[in-house]
Every structure is written in structure tokens, then in C-alpha cells.
Design a protein around this ligand. Structure first.
Ligand code: SAM
Length: 444
């Protein structure tokens, strides 16, 4: 694959090339190629995928781009899932899958839908399996996090989800690799952006299986009451969310005033929070929450640890309901001109558009966490995958919550590096910009 760079600083990148390296016996010659080619997952890897997801009798599995149906059929015949559905765009593959299901005598709990996985509903899934490609995974990511229930397992063969770190992953020895196709990727080593691919393995004789558990939308301001040695107090939790990563602050007020940081662990909607005050000696006071998030309610057990005494009680907090639709404006990273993010609600869903110097770009990788949001946007990548280099080319990543009608969060800009290694070099143009972000509402 060739990269040409001309004196005007415009880089042209060859379109994605897919090189199939799968076992030829398992891979029929592709006909008219859809954007994702047909390459079968090896049968032993199918078992690995079902194993990492812990697939069992209560599960509904969807294989998106189901090929000859092998994952769907194995899910029913080997893991005994309640139902398994394949979505496949190629009618010949669908016919082949139905034939394979009849041969395996598992037609009853199986369905093959001929259709486009990006346009088909799979919200009933408790397990989703993928063997698509990282770009396709990223394209699918916002839909998966919007429609799938918290706790749903997403398993991907070979390809990762960029900066969204897998909850479980393992490497297997294999004789043949699945497939490899990648346009020139200058951000391959940057763990903060969706182009990161350091968690995948495409060469040699190993292959990766990764699993993510769908997190609940937890960002925002949560309020509850806490009984401490001093009496009943108000607790405010401010939680920020980037996919499965949650960080935050807490504030206790009333009989005493105390604040500090919150660390969090999510496993589906099972949530653990740990509140530690800033200025109190280690171990003197802390709050530990273990419970679940459902809509705008957090419920579970709260342990108050106060000078060695631990008091546990049932606990509940409510999230502030907020509306962050509108046009938000802030000074852009590379010069002081103003740029905007428009957040709109259409058909009950939020959509975002980025505006810069009269140009508008839809922000397709956008996540509505109810109390806040997260988005990523690659500025300068054309629809055909080529990258146009200007000083504004790079990944823009934002995260914020709405607190008292003010958006508060962080904005990051990772410019295209001059040395193109994906690691920032010493040149000014390629240094990442990471800032606290309080954009101004200019139009409600
Ligand atoms: C790499 S193969 C994986 C097949 C199967 N999941 C497996 O692991 O053996 C990807 C499959 O996705 C199908 N596909 C590509 N684009 C699709 C789309 N937009 N909607 C549904 N299926 C698609 C292809 O026809 C191909 O069969």
C-alpha cells in the first residue's frame, strides 16, 4: 500500500485493501465483495468466542455479518443458547447458512436475516459476535451502546475498538490469520483514539479474541443522603464517562464539608464506586458503593468507613435530569477562532454536528450518557478513507456533563503527527492539546 505526499502537504492514502489470509479450505471465493469481505472464523476460534462470552441457555446471540452461519449454529448446538440470529447481506451466504442449519438439525432456535447489519435491529441480543474490521467496529460502536442493554457482551474476533479497552481478551495460537486490511494509520499507537490498533495482532501465528461488556450510561450529577457519625448529610457525585471508563468527584455537605475523588468500576450495570476524601489521612474516611444503575436511579449498598468503623446500609441516589441540546461554542485548539458543536434531539435520539469555518461535519461517534456525553471525530479523513493534511487534521475527542446548566468536561485534540508514527513528536504542530472544557451555550 503506497502513501504519496506532495509539496502542498496533502497526503493521499490508498483505499483499504483486504488481504484474506484465512484457511483457503474454509473460505469460498468472494463474489461481488461487500465492504467487509467474507472470511470464515476457524471452527476452534468460534468455540473460543463462545467461551469468552460464557454463552449459555439464557442467551440470545446475534452474529453481525454471519457468513456461512457457523457461529450462529455452534451457539445453539454447542453452547445451547436460547436463540441465535445471523444478519448477513449476501443472499448466497444466507442460503448456505440455512442449509448448514438444516444439516446440523438446529433450525428451531435459529434465524438468518438477509440484510444490512448497520440497518437491522439487534437490540434483543445478550451476546453480539463480530468479525468485521476495526473501522466497522467503530462505525457500529455508537449503535451498539445505544440499543444494547447494559451487561450485553460484545465479542470480536481479531479486531479491537480503538481506545475502548476490552474487558476480557486473550491471544490464541493459530495456523492461519483471519483477515487483514488497513489503510495507512498514523494513529495506530495512540491509545486515546479510535484508530489505536496496538491491542490487535495481525501478523505471526497468533490471533486475538476480545470482549466488551456494554456499560450503563452513568455520567452526570447524582444526589443522595448519607448517614455519617456526624448525622445525615447530602452526597453529590459528579461522574464523567468515556465508554466504560468512569472518573469523578464527590462532595459531602451538611454537618461536615468534605470532598474528594471517586474511582469506579463497571461491569454491565453493576457498579462499584469508591469515594476518598482529598485532605483526610489515608483510611480515616471513605464511602464504598456496590450496586446497580437503572435509568436515573442508583441503588445498592453503601459502606461508610469512619475511623475504623464500618456502617453498611441500603442506599439510593437520583441523577439530575438535564438537557444539553443546543449550540455549544469554544476556541479551537490550533488558533483562537471559535468552533461549535450542535446537539439536537430527533426522533427521541441525540445527534451532534461539528461546525468550523462554515464547514459542518456530522459527529457519528457520539454517546448520550443522559447526564453527559462523549464523542470522537477524526477531522480531515475523507469518505474514501484518504486523509487531507492541514494543521486542523487530527482526532478531536470531547467529554462533558451538565452541572447547573454549565457543560464541564475535557476536550482533547491529537493532531496528525509530522513523523506519522502516531506518537506525538517534539514539533509544535503535532503536540496533543488536552484542556478542561466549558463550552458556552450560544443557541439553546
Ligand atoms: C469476515 S466475514 C465473517 C463471517 C462470520 N461472522 C464468521 O466469523 O465466520 C464478514 C461477513 O459480513 C458480511 N457483511 C459485510 N457487510 C455486511 C453488511 N453491511 N451487513 C451484513 N453483512 C455484511 C459479509 O458478506 C461476510 O459474510
Amino acid at each position: 500500500m503506497k502513501t504519496a505526499r506532495n509539496v502542498l502537504g496533502i497526503v493521499l492514502v490508498a483505499a483499504v485493501v483486504d488481504i484474506s489470509c484465512a484457511d483457503p479450505a474454509e473460505t469460498a471465493t468472494p463474489r461481488a465483495r461487500p465492504s467487509i469481505p467474507y472470511v470464515a472464523t476457524r471452527s476452534d476460534t468460534v468455540q473460543d468466542m463462545l467461551w469468552i462470552a460464557n454463552a449459555g441457555k439464557d442467551d440470545i446471540l446475534y452474529d453481525l455479518g454471519s457468513g456461512d452461519g457457523r457461529i450462529v449454529i455452534a451457539a445453539v448446538s454447542d453452547s445451547n443458547v436460547r436463540r441465535a440470529v445471523g444478519i448477513e447481506i449476501d443472499p448466497n451466504r444466507v442460503a448456505e447458512s440455512r442449509k448448514n442449519a438444516r444439516k446440523a438439525r438446529v433450525t428451531k432456535r435459529i434465524e438468518f436475516i438477509e440484510g444490512d447489519l448497520f440497518a437491522t435491529d439487534f437490540s434483543r441480543a445478550s451476546i453480539v459476535t463480530l468479525f468485521l474490521g476495526r473501522r466497522q467496529n467503530i462505525k457500529l460502536r455508537p449503535k451498539m451502546l445505544r440499543i444494547l442493554k447494559p451487561g450485553t457482551r460484545i465479542v470480536s474476533h481479531q479486531f479491537g475498538m480503538g481506545e475502548w479497552e476490552a474487558d476480557k481478551a486473550f491471544t490464541v495460537r493459530t495456523k492461519y490469520l483471519g483477515m487483514y486490511g488497513e489503510a495507512w494509520n498514523p494513529f495506530a499507537l495512540n491509545k486515546k483514539v479510535p484508530d489505536y490498533n496496538g491491542n490487535e495482532s495481525h501478523f505471526g501465528t497468533s490471533n486475538k479474541i476480545m470482549m466488551w461488556v456494554v456499560p450503563p450510561p452513568i455520567a452526570g450529577i447524582w444526589r443522595g443522603k448519607v448517614k455519617t457519625e456526624q448525622g445525615l448529610q447530602n452526597l453529590k457525585l459528579t461522574l464523567h464517562q468515556r465508554l466504560s471508563e468512569v472518573t469523578g468527584r464527590f462532595k459531602l455537605s451538611g454537618k461536615t464539608d468534605m470532598e474528594g475523588w471517586v474511582s469506579a468500576e463497571l461491569w454491565g450495570n453493576h457498579t462499584r464506586l469508591w469515594c476518598k476524601p482529598d485532605k483526610v489521612p489515608y483510611g480515616r474516611f471513605e464511602l464504598r458503593f456496590d450496586g446497580h444503575v437503572h435509568e436515573n436511579t442508583m441503588k445498592g449498598t453503601l459502606a461508610v468507613v469512619d475511623r475504623g468503623k464500618i456502617q453498611e446500609c441500603e442506599w439510593k441516589a437520583r441523577r439530575d435530569t438535564v438537557d444539553f441540546t443546543g449550540m455549544w461554542e469554544w476556541p479551537c485548539a490550533s488558533d483562537p477562532r471559535l468552533v461549535q458543536l450542535l446537539i439536537e434531539r430527533r426522533d427521541g435520539r441525540l445527534f451532534a454536528t461539528y461546525f468550523d469555518q462554515g464547514q459542518e461535519t456530522p459527529v457519528t461517534d457520539f454517546y448520550d450518557w443522559r447526564g453527559g456525553f462523549y464523542f470522537t471525530l477524526m477531522i480531515g479523513r475523507e469518505d474514501n478513507g484518504s486523509i487531507r493534511i492541514t494543521e486542523d487534521t487530527g482526532w478531536l475527542i470531547g467529554e462533558a456533563i451538565l452541572d447547573d446548566d454549565v457543560l464541564k468536561g475535557r476536550i482533547e485534540f491529537y493532531p496528525l503527527s509530522e513523523n506519522m508514527s502516531g506518537e506525538p513528536d517534539e514539533g509544535k504542530a503535532s503536540r496533543p492539546v488536552i484542556k478542561d472544557w466549558t463550552p458556552r451555550l450560544v443557541k439553546p
